[in-house]
Design a protein around this ligand. Sequence first.
Ligand SMILES: Cc1ncc(C[n+]2csc(CCOP(=O)(O)OP(=O)(O)O)c2C)c(N)n1
Ligand SMILES: [Mg+2]
Length: 1006
Amino acid sequence: MAQNISVPDIGDFKNVEVIEILVKPGDQIKKNDPVVTIESDKSSVEVPSPSEGKIKDLKVKIGDKVSEGSVLATIENSEAVSSKQDLKKEKPKKEKKQETNGNIDVDKEQSIKQVRKIFAEPASKDDIDPLETNEWIESLNSVIENDGSSRASYLLNKVIDQAYKAGLVLPDTRTTPYINTIPPEAEVKSPGDQNVEKKIRAYIRWNAAAMVTRANKKNPALGGHIGTFASAATLYDVGMNHFWRAKNNKFGGDLIYFQGHSAPGMYARAFLEGRLSEKQLDKFRQEVNCDGLSSYPHPWLMPNFWQFPTVSMGLGPIMAIYQARFTKYLINRGLLKDEGRKIWAFLGDGEMDEPESLGAIGLAAREKLDNLIFVINCNLQRLDGPVRGNGKIIQELEGSFRGSGWNVVKVIWGSYWDPLITKDKSGLLIKRMNEAVDGEYQSFKAKDGAYVREKFFGKYPELKELVSTMTDKDIWRLNRGGHDPHKVYAAYNAAVKQKGSPTVIIAKTIKGYGMGKSGESINTTHQQKKLDEKDLLYYRDRFNVPLTDKQVKNIEYYRPAENSEEIKYIKNCRLKLGGFIPERTSFAKPIKTPAKDIFENFMKSTGEKEMSTTMVLVRMLTSLLRDKNVSPRLVPIIPDEARTFGMEGFFQKIGIYAHEGQKYEPEDSEQLSSYREDKSGQVLQEGITEAGSMSSWIAAATAYTNHDIEMIPIYIFYSMFGFQRVGDFAWAAGDSQARGFLIGATAGRTTLAGEGLQHQDGHSQMLASMIPNCVSYDPTFAYEMAVIFREGIRRMHEKKENVFYYITSMNENYSHPAKPKNVDEGILKGMYLFKEYNNKGKTKVQLLGSGTILREVIDAAEILSKDYGIDSDIWSVTSFNELRKEGMEIQRKNLLNPENKKEKSYVEKCLEKRSGPVIATSDYVRSFSDQIRPYVQKPFYSLGTDGFGRSDTRENLRKFFEVDKNHIVSYTLSALANEQLIGSKEAEKAFKKYKIDKKKIFPTKL
Ligand SMILES: Cc1ncc(C[n+]2csc(CCOP(=O)(O)OP(=O)(O)O)c2C)c(N)n1
Ligand SMILES: [Mg+2]
């Protein structure tokens, strides 16, 4: 039977326009297939069919206005459900009442007598009744022994609940005692051969230090670091020998974010593995011939080696979190096999001060990222000195991570401490460990065993007694957890098995471990970039590197014979783990560029209809979601601004990614654009975090290498909160060879009118221009946007060019003309002739405009022609940045080849045969358009929006910044007078006519 398809609840909107009809009579369609697209003045949304069937009649045509209940079409089907009913979401099933996991049933539980609530005093520090204390402890011990740890924890939880009810002040349990989380009895033992591993580690340490020293002997300006890797060598070795699985044709590979300053260690290992030669090591930090080793992990510079740029502190941790999240996203969307891959991030304890380092740890726990492992190398020092001289960085970090819901594994003490901890029945050893601050711990390792005996153990006679049979050397050998391969292995083993939450391993180490008096645990360790002869001999002896004194003096590298036990071992370890790490490859299949007809609508005039370029873009994305090849690969990323950009239609259409699905019925569930969260949702709705959104974007934009799947991320943001806020991430994106779109929506200093100084962007294009592989555009019209966007997909995702796109879009509504003929090339190169006035006027001028301001230029040209008899050529400049790049390259080529015929830049080619001075205007600072000045062989004047923004109407703002049509007209006349092409009187008259206040102060000073 026939059924109406009508407009469902569309919120407050009425009389919205039908802009697309996606079906025709006779079409067989499925439930939820889109029938028409309707568009308000802000957003467009598809109306889905409520049921399956054959379209009988269409009741609307393009341009019709519809409201809730308007009939759009009729459909013949067997189901007879109204659209409205059908759109209602299924009510989420009621959660099953949680069963109590103890033996007490709920009623009984409630019958426990509640203690009277009291005003509690702080916990007492004294034991006023040791007998009673003992009874409590004995009871707990007996439960642990008889009923197990889980029951004991249950009882403690109950007691704690009861204590809260009584209002007691409970002890702060964010931190645990300053000892290892995993007790020795629970440690899983490493299967490795410790003797061989020790030797391998020594060689890696040596070669890393030798490489840095050799480079700096050549030229001290080269720099480098020895101390960071020296402290982290064991942390890396255990991972490399036993845990990190490489990518190969059977497995996707674990992803490791190496701490930037430990790069020398990775090169040194690759040398032993036979992946790097001595010659290459000798090119550490000497990269200009493109065959050197980069100072830090930089995929741009070593594209077959490094995967993640990490050295700008804080970017690594947050990018790793969002990488782990994006991996789960791909799995939950069915695009990636779940192979249990892990993301590991190695971080410095000083680095944890960066807001980005801790800024997303809550998200990691919320998203249950059990594929994520942080390893924080707590060598207690940063660059200048101690990280927390007066405190304890390990405890501080434990509190933050535990508080956020992470699995925290502390690796503080090495095995030599185990018997001491067992032997100490007084509890004083742990008390002393707890009370010593990091400044002391650093000093202990900068001094010697006698000092530690005196200052650490000496504080309590019982502790002094505890170590009385130990020599100073024995005391000195008491090692730290991060240098003990057994402890590190046990921690890693626990981390990879963790389910339901991310893990952080907080390992205590010594900065400059093994560097002796010249660099171990001293405040200047970080800057140490060479070891002198004495230090080198000490280092060799300290780690038993089999080199003669002469070889040490020559700072020779050490690599045992290919058939040695060590080389066989190291290679075999990697063979078992599937290959080498780090290694960067990509086997992603390209995405076919969408057919031209998808963009066809945008090439036509919109007639009377006004829309913004942001709306154009959103409409284009909606169309792209109908392209089978492209649709699943699109990753729209929005930091809580979907409604600002008219993207709320995406919520229903493709869903918001939520790893737990949607556990609630959304408030707006009956509406067409209701808030739909879904386990396989496509939109990444990040909430208010630009750093997080950008990290998500980078993960998606590099999925082609990290997951071998080409994705098309589109991160749409408030343009002012883009490059300016997260510029360092954009730089890292360039380094990572990210491919995807960044959309600076609500751009333009005067276009985003009311929001004022903090919101109005008049410079993001300049910031974008600084990133070498960022291709940026500031288009005005729908067809320009469409041509640019399609080419972006072609270049990045079909041709796999390592560039990313930055496009500014605006929120000003206006009508868009049809695409003129033969302009595609110009649009992409950066400028094309939009219109010419050839009325044989007095003289001619070249008017250049970009973004929304092009429209002011177009109006100005009309006035100039009509009122002043001045002809003009109007150029739409889609990208001053791209023009500049090409101009620079051509100019350089010409300078390099003075004897050759001069090549012309594209700008020059466009303008050379045109007459009159150039007036270039944009909604950006003048330096944006000034960029092409060197390639224009004509007088050049630029108008722009230099200065702080402010709230007002668009009209007033354009007047204030002097980029409205009246200012363009007046300044053009004045420029023509300046060039003696017309008399100055005309300009003066215009200033008067348009009431331009010549006394107004320059906007940068206002
Ligand atoms: C964003 C940023 N700010 C500053 C630096 C300069 N810097 C390099 S290393 C370093 C100290 C790092 O200390 P930590 O994180 O503890 O590393 P480790 O002790 O392991 O070397 C600083 C401040 C940087 N690389 N990045
Ligand atoms: Mg440190």
